[in-house]
Write a protein that binds this ligand. Structure first.
Ligand SMILES: [Zn+2]
Length: 291
């Protein structure tokens, strides 16, 4: 009897530990655990004028491997394109004086609420005053808790991503016409990519965005339900749905005097090694920076 009691106790303890771990993971992914930094960073004196701030801070989920791979890519693209990079996870750089030293800011899989209210105002003014913004993958999820950013910058509120076959191979189709040659330079009309596919409540096309690529939902499983009804019901309503035949996955728009470009794929390390994806990022940066 004593052994049975010990076994039952161990099982209960195990369930509690797994529950706490899962709960903590989901909370961090959905809401983030917010740490701020407000002291200005130490910036070098930049010699080139194609200055790019690559910001990879994650108060929510961290796409560690993808971020590491992306930094290698940005460094090699910088050599080819004459860009000057500053890589940081420190949000202290989001003040007017230091933001003004950059032409482009990339939210590189940034997640959670990373800026204070004051830093948000500085960043909004910087974008709308002529800055170029590129958001990658998690920069477009629902962990940021910033209505202006979701509605005006992303122009789409995140709902979920596919879960069943997580890094599912899907086919993308180029839509934007070649009149914007900076954005379309070297891009394939269609290509396949294995990634985590974001699904949004709104179509950014219904706002002011121009769509660069759509993803063909018939080529992957859109289901975003975890598969355990108890957890699914606790977390959200049914997520086994997609955006239908018009599912934008890369888009851009003018944001007052500034420019915005959003790229939804970017979960996987492998994605940053895809030649066509690399060209999408290169063109995005060159366009938002007006380089
Ligand atoms: Zn992801």
């Amino acid at each position: 009897m004593k052994i049975i009691k010990i076994v039952v106790l161990l099982i209960v303890v195990l369930i509690v530990i797994v529950g706490c771990f899962l709960g903590g993971f989901i909370y961090k992914a959905k809401k983030g655990i917010n740490f701020y930094s407000t002291a200005p960073v130490s910036l070098p004196v930049f010699t080139g004028d194609k200055t790019i701030l690559i910001f990879s801070k994650t108060n929510g989920f961290r796409h560690g491997a993808a971020i590491e791979e992306s930094l290698l890519l940005y460094k090699s693209l910088a050599i080819e394109n004459g860009w000057t990079l500053f890589l940081t996870d420190d949000a202290g750089v989001f003040n007017k004086l230091q933001l003004d030293k950059f032409k482009v800011v990339i939210w590189n899989n940034t997640s959670g609420k990373v800026l204070t209210d004051e830093q948000r105002i500085e960043f909004k003014n910087w974008i709308e005053g002529g800055g170029g913004f590129v958001g990658i993958h998690a920069a477009g999820d629902d962990s940021h808790q910033w209505d202006w950013y979701a509605q005006e910058v992303l122009q789409a509120n995140f709902s979920h991503h596919n879960i069943g076959a997580h890094l599912d191979t899907a086919r993308l189709y180029l839509e934007v016409d070649s009149t914007n040659s900076v954005i379309t330079e070297g891009l394939r009309d269609t290509f396949e990519l294995a990634d985590e596919w974001y699904c949004f409540y709104e179509n950014p096309r219904d706002h002011s965005s121009t769509i660069v690529y759509t993803v063909d939902e018939s080529t992957y499983d859109v289901n975003g339900n975890i598969g355990f009804p108890l957890i699914d019901n606790l977390l959200h309503a049914d997520k086994n749905w997609g955006m239908g035949s018009d599912h934008p996955i890369v888009w851009y728009h003018q944001q007052k005097a500034g420019r915005v470009f959003y790229v939804a794929p970017g979960h996987s390390q492998e994605t940053f090694r895809n030649k066509n994806y690399q060209k999408v990022l290169r063109n995005a940066i060159n366009w938002v920076g007006d380089f």
